[in-house]
Write a protein that binds this ligand. Structure first.
Ligand code: ATP
Ligand code: MG
Length: 228
């Protein structure tokens, strides 16, 4: 069988309430309109086993872990996600759009919790090997604004599990400021892979910039879709 062209791997990163999930949804709609098969996935999670690990990390009563323990849990889930879902999809020629990936561990457990960066890279090598996103979109906003958006979202949901996915949201604003800087540093260090977009704009304006970045960098022709 002739090899199908490998799909592209796109990740969205950034702090809480920056609009990652909204933008993943809109981008996948734009792919569908353009006839590109794309799957939306997320971290922590993405497979049934990794979603169970997700609960330990994001649920309010998930636990209280040392930074390395947290990173080990995240990379255990990431390993499942990479080998069972991301790589098989890319090999089938599907595009994969992930709501968070390894940069979140670099920023959260690295910059946020002070875990040694080389330890994180070693875990990355062990669990994800050569896999690297083709494009990473970092959504950037003042954490106070982002946290306010997230709080509004959790208050308005009827789903109790979603409402209690706030273990990280409950951490200090200082922690969230370190995360923001961490994401910006990653983007600055790897400009070939990353682009930073101002997330304080409307969802449509952010989406338009996402569509432009994906079109230019990954050589496809996409049109923006409507929000909502
Ligand atoms: N550009 C925007 N302007 C204003 N509100 C927005 C924008 N994008 C998303 N929102 C709203 O803010 C809330 C958070 O958005 P979303 O869930 O997409 O962010 P997120 O980055 O995935 O958050 P989390 O880190 O909590 O998963 C939602 O209620 C969403 O409707
Ligand atoms: Mg989200």
């Amino acid at each position: 069988m002739a090899d199908k062209k490998r799909g592209m791997f796109i990740t969205f990163e950034g702090g809480e309430g920056t609009g990652k999930s909204t933008q993943v949804r809109m981008l996948c709609e734009a792919f569908a309109e353009a006839g590109i098969t794309a799957i939306a996935t997320r971290e922590p999670g993405g497979t049934p086993e990794a979603e169970r690990i997700r609960d330990l990390l994001v649920q309010r009563d998930g636990g209280d872990y040392d930074a390395l323990t947290e990173a080990l849990l995240l990379f255990a889930g990431r390993r499942e996600h990479v080998v069972k879902k991301i790589i098989p999809a890319l090999e089938k020629g599907e595009w994969v759009v992930s709501d968070r990936f390894a940069d979140s561990t670099r920023a959260m457990q690295g910059d946020g919790m002070g875990l040694n960066k080389q330890v994180i890279e070693n875990l990355y090598g062990m669990t994800a090997g050569d896999l690297k996103p083709d494009l990473t979109i970092v959504l950037d906003i003042d954490p106070v604004e982002g946290l306010a958006r997230s709080a509004q979202k959790t208050q308005s949901t009827q789903n109790k599990r979603v409402a209690q996915e706030d273990r990280y949201e409950r951490m200090s604003v200082d922690f969230h400021r370190r995360l923001r800087q961490g994401f910006l540093n990653i983007a600055e260090t790897d400009p070939q892979r990353c682009i930073v977009i101002d997330a304080a704009q409307t969802p449509e304006a952010v989406h338009k910039q996402v569509v432009d970045a994906v079109s230019q960098r990954l050589n496809v022709s996409l049109k923006a879709v409507k929000y909502g």
